[in-house]
Ligand binder design. Structure first.
Ligand SMILES: [Ca+2]
Length: 218
């Protein structure tokens, strides 16, 4: 009788171990593909080293309102040489001198392919300055908000030397990407060209611009 009880307990023990193994296998089977699905957090770099004029565009020279109330100014597209100048952070710059009454300016449009975006990092490198010696140097970076239909100021400098202007967007990202996938960035010099006995010009130089797009996906 004691032997029967002992064998029964052993049988229950064995079946418990077996079911635990089954459970572990099922759990492992579910867990492994799930972990692949959430694993990929990737960053794609958009810059003018490729796709200039195809899925990213730059426009030049000047604007008479800072920022403009529309997102299509300035509207003169860069040519191939001008695109080359802003394709790398190498000290070679695309330079603008604005007419009297205008701010020197560049506008950039990136066609963003990714979905499930968690952050956008924008980096502009260049120089903004005005010939006037009592202020007005530097440049300001704006990003178009497609929901409000207006530019937002994201960074600014009063430096007359080469600087980085950066923006990190991690909230409300869909506001900054149009329904057809475009992100619009404007950089404008801080004081318009004007005449006071002499001409004092607004000058903007872009060395490099990029957008890092971080997204979840394979
Ligand atoms: Ca450059």
């Amino acid at each position: 009788m004691a032997l029967m009880i002992a064998l029964s307990i052993f049988a229950i023990f064995l079946s418990s171990v077996y079911s635990n193994i089954l459970y572990a296998r099922q759990y492992a089977g579910i867990k492994i593909p799930f972990s692949f699905a959430i694993a990929g957090k990737n960053t794609k770099i958009y810059d003018f080293s490729n796709g200039a004029g195809i899925d990213k565009w730059a426009y030049r020279r000047q604007i008479n309102q800072r920022p403009p109330s529309v997102n299509y100014l300035p509207s003169i597209e860069f040519n191939a040489n001008q695109y080359n100048r802003i394709s790398a952070d190498d000290g070679i710059r695309q330079s603008e001198v604005a007419s009297i009454g205008y701010y020197a300016s560049h506008r950039f449009v990136f066609s963003i392919n990714e979905s499930n975006i968690t952050s956008l990092h924008i980096l502009w490198n260049g120089i903004g300055r005005n010939d006037w010696i009592f202020g007005g140097d530097g440049a300001t970076l704006y990003i178009w908000n497609y929901t409000s239909g207006s530019y937002e100021l994201w960074n600014t400098t009063t430096s007359a030397t080469e600087v980085n202007l950066e923006a990190n967007i991690s909230l409300g990202i869909s506001n900054y990407i149009s329904s057809d996938g475009n992100l619009t960035i404007l950089v404008a010099q801080n004081l318009p060209s004007f005449r006071f006995f002499f001409n004092f010009y607004s000058r903007l130089q872009t060395d490099y611009i990029k957008v890092d797009v971080t997204y979840i996906g394979g």
